[in-house]
Design a protein. Structure first.
Length: 295
């Protein structure tokens, strides 16, 4: 059977529209007119005998057929690009590449000082951008290439993502050094008598510490709920509140650090990247550095 002749540029348009979910933004990314994008989609619809994208007030939504082919299109385009540039060697000493990472505040505070110090001399032109991508969007962002790496907790299996476990953290309890009622050790009763800071980006719900206490039939008194870890130590320094946080973060601040008087599940962290970048030289180089710093 003779395969139909297809303009590969059509799949470039498909990939950008799938990522942007908006024809106007896709045209801007591709540096073409919106009618040109619409015409490319019309030709693709004829090939697949499917609408591929349905208009909505916010832009366009992919059909199931578009969802089914999106990963294969992304991977094929990446392989084509790799084949064209396979003779080029990534040289960190001369590269001006920008690596984009999704990290939460705690990981950013621990990683960035080490990473930027390590890049300073061997890779002076390399830049790093950090931001937070919602977990539900990580797969799409890594697939689109708008994100190179994600540092996060264990995610549900995403077929197109590769992952490597980094360090495993344990939780400790912290209070200010001159806390009036806390000595060098904590019993469970003393821990429960304290008023606590709970860190969560969600508006409601419990975390590892409260799950562990719930198994014991106990509950702590949460006086303050905060959205990130980095503000917690400042509150601890000026109050009698207790903050239960990963040990590495605790050691970065002048606080009294105490072992928890009950067992709490460890905090496992993973590095994620898209499998289409698994053999990319720049990705492999940066991945090696990140794994070396946090592995």
């Amino acid at each position: 059977m003779q395969l139909p002749k297809v303009d590969l540029n059509l799949f470039v348009v498909f990939d950008v529209v799938y990522t942007e979910r908006n024809l106007t933004r896709a045209a801007q990314v591709l540096f073409v007119t919106q009618p040109a994008v619409s015409n490319a989609l019309k030709r693709l619809r004829q090939i697949f005998d499917d609408p591929l994208f349905v208009r909505t007030p916010q832009g366009v939504t992919p059909t199931p057929v578009a969802d089914n082919i999106s990963a294969a299109v992304k991977e094929a385009l990446h392989l084509l690009n790799t084949s064209l540039t396979e003779g080029q060697v990534f040289d960190p000493a001369t590269s001006d590449k920008t690596f984009r990472l999704s990290v939460y505040d705690y990981a950013e505070a621990v990683l960035m000082p080490r990473l930027m110090a390590q890049l300073a001399e061997p890779a002076p032109g390399i830049s790093v951008e950090c931001f937070s991508v919602p977990r539900n969007d990580l797969g799409r962002e890594l697939t689109s290439g708008r994100l190179d790496f994600a540092l996060d907790l264990p995610l549900f299996a995403v077929p197109q993502l590769c992952r490597q476990q980094l360090n495993t953290e344990r939780y400790v309890c912290t209070v200010r050094r001159d806390h009036p009622s806390v000595g060098s050790k904590l019993t469970l009763e003393q821990y429960l008598e304290l008023e606590h800071i709970h860190v969560s980006g969600r508006r409601e719900g419990i975390g590892h510490v409260d799950i562990a206490l719930d198994r014991l039939g106990r509950r702590r008194k949460i006086k303050l709920r905060m959205k990130n870890y980095m503000s917690g130590p400042r509150v601890v320094a000026s109050t009698n509140l207790a903050l239960t946080i990963p040990r590495t973060l605790a050691t970065m601040h002048d606080m009294k650090i105490l072992e928890l008087p009950f067992s709490v599940a460890s905090l496992d962290q993973y590095l994620y990247w898209h499998k289409s970048a698994d053999l990319d030289q720049a990705n492999m180089w940066m991945r090696g550095i990140l794994l070396g710093l946090l592995g």
